[in-house]
Ligand binder design. Structure first.
Ligand SMILES: Nc1ncnc2c1ncn2[C@@H]1O[C@H](COP(=O)(O)OP(=O)(O)O)[C@@H](O)[C@H]1O
Ligand SMILES: [Mg+2]
Length: 266
């Protein structure tokens, strides 16, 4: 069964069509990635799917509920780890999760147990009482995933979950995302720039360029489509998205975003 279906999902910012009639469907329990260069429209799609940004036209259905007309139902069935950092550095890991438990209406009788279980699941039990500003980048990402899974969502959206992490932290974060899928059957929809990892963990990927989905398939089929022995997913990426126009202000905007985040965490 497809737990996520989009129908010509479109977002225009003035003249820029950030997402142009996007059609994807994701099966329950699938690990699915949106791949594409900076400015392709990946984050815009995730923001619409998580009901944070209203579409200009089109619609999407998550577990049968429309993001346009049933956003409250959609919100109950999803978790979201945004591209920008979303944890509070001046609180402990435990305190950060407690806020999200309340936000998601976890009954107070279960709250402590749920927070502790989630910290343990993400490998953060030993750091529960430490201030998040003293966490490593990998620990912060794991805490953000923990926040987003407090209410056991059916679909987890992750926007570049491993950006800026060293290879070891990256591996741990990937392992926890996979564990989420295995233990809870959570459907994973994410974006990443790491083709090797996408190849390893995703059942299917969609390639996006200039707001449009240009190819969707399993990594194996996409590699085979190039008719080039030994083709990698990186070759697939270049083949399908290499013609995207430069996103001129994207670079600067992304850097200032990261700086803001860094200063927030002290
Ligand atoms: N709030 C905004 N206002 C105007 N343009 C935006 C806004 N957010 C994104 N864009 C533009 O939409 C396009 C897609 O951006 P985005 O979804 O962030 O791409 P990606 O996540 O693939 O890097 C880019 O051209 C970007 O400059
Ligand atoms: Mg993005």
């Amino acid at each position: 069964m497809d737990i996520l279906v989009t129908k010509d999902l479109t977002k225009a910012y003035g003249k820029v069509i950030a997402a142009n009639a996007v059609n994807i469907s994701v099966a329950q329990g699938e690990v699915f990635a949106l791949l594409g260069p900076n400015g392709a429209g990946k984050s815009t799609v995730l923001k619409m799917l998580t009901t944070l940004l209203p579409p200009t036209s089109g619609d999407a259905f998550i577990d049968g509920n429309s993001i346009r007309t049933q956003p409250n139902k959609v919100r109950k069935s999803i978790g979201y780890v945004p591209q920008m950092l979303a944890a509070d550095g001046s609180l402990t890991g435990y305190e950060n999760l407690r806020i999200f438990a309340k936000l998601y209406d976890i009954p107070s009788a279960e709250l402590k147990q749920r927070v502790n279980d989630t910290l343990a699941f993400m490998g953060l039990a030993d750091s529960a009482k430490k201030l998040v500003k003293d966490y490593s980048g990998g620990m912060i990402r794991k805490l953000e995933i923990a926040q987003a899974m407090m209410h056991r969502p059916k679909v987890m959206f992750l926007d570049e979950p491993t950006v800026g992490l060293d290879p070891i932290a990256r591996k741990t974060v990937w392992e926890h995302i996979m564990q989420l899928q295995k233990e809870y059957g959570t459907t994973i929809v994410m974006t990443t720039h790491l083709m090797e990892e996408a190849d390893e963990i995703c059942r299917r990927v969609a390639l996006m360029s200039n707001g449009k989905i240009v190819a969707t398939d399993t990594p194996a089929n996409l590699k085979a489509s190039l008719n080039k022995p030994g083709a990698t997913l990186e070759d697939v990426f270049i083949f399908y998205t290499g013609n995207q126009k430069e996103d001129e202000d994207g670079g600067i905007r992304n850097i200032s975003r990261e700086r803001r985040t860094a200063s927030r965490l002290g």
